[in-house]
Design a protein around this ligand. Sequence first.
Ligand SMILES: *Cc1c(COP(=O)(O)O)cnc(C)c1O
Length: 367
Amino acid sequence: MAHQWRGVIREYADRLPVTEATKVITLGEGGTPLVHAQKLSELTGSEVYLKVEGMNPTGSFKDRGMTMAMTAAVEAGAKAVVCASTGNTSASAAAYATAAGLKCAVLVPEGKISMGKLSQAIAHGATLLQVDGNFDNCLDIARKLGESYPVFLVNSVNPARIQGQKTGAFEVVDSLGDAPDIHVLPVGNAGNISAYWKGYKEYAAPFETSNGTLPAVSTKTPTMWGFQAAGAAPFVAGHPITEPDTIATAIRIGNPASWDTAVAARDESGGLIEAVTDDEILDAHRWLSSKEGVFVEPGSAAGVAGLIKKHAAGQVPSGKTIVITVTGHGLKDPQWALRTEDGSDVQPVKVPNDVVTVAAELGLEEN
Ligand SMILES: *Cc1c(COP(=O)(O)O)cnc(C)c1O
């Protein structure tokens, strides 16, 4: 019988804070494809791979952390969970809370939140409140609720989330046989860059478990390259941004919760965190769908936008192995694919129910 992927907790149990007695809440997250990006590889002269996180159960990498956070919530005896979200965290929290039998409250910012993500939270029965403020304000409230009210916080300030998300790095190394030379990803609240760096470091050294020491799996760690949207780039500015603005809603965050760990990931790895414009993000979004066959949401394309930008500046080495995490599925936010250069919506060409006209429309000649 074919091996069935068991979700990140069971697959990496010896490297996560769980025990035999832990009741695992899972929807089978992780085990996502590492796709060879042919055109990006041709462009750069390096072997470029995409870690396609849109293939997770709710369509983003958030599920890796949410399986751990929800498992921890159940272990702690919680009856309800809360999160602030630009969209994907709420979709994931709502689904995993349902699987765990817990109530879920979600705080989303005013304006700009994708219909796809909203529909997920609603479908899974979360109580959704739109706060008159931005994501950072929502996270503030969620943290205070977690401190002073009987609800369990499942944002990435919860260390269980980072524990789960570090499995992305494990999977990359398990697929490639070693760590890549460079790992590229979008940066918003900065939990994911922190989690990948933690995962890569743990795989590159002996690891202590309750049953003994596991040997190192990889011979090295990658250089971490993070990319923010230019209108929401606090790491580039060196301080929080009060009015973050970008079409890439998943990374529209001005005051990242995981500031110190993200800076450590950047500096310890000899890496960088830079900015890309919304136009560069949308170009990369189009590149992925039209050249590589991978459909992502705009925020997910920030890493690819960054790689293309660094290549144009002559700063991407050739002959290396480069992995880019593309963080969420294109179907979350499909409007961007349906927009033409002039801003109008793409309309399908209408044809009669007749093979000759259809063939002519397709430019086909009868053989
Ligand atoms: C959450 C999210 C990000 C940002 O990740 P952080 O851990 O907040 O830096 C990027 N892309 C997508 C699709 C996301 O859902």
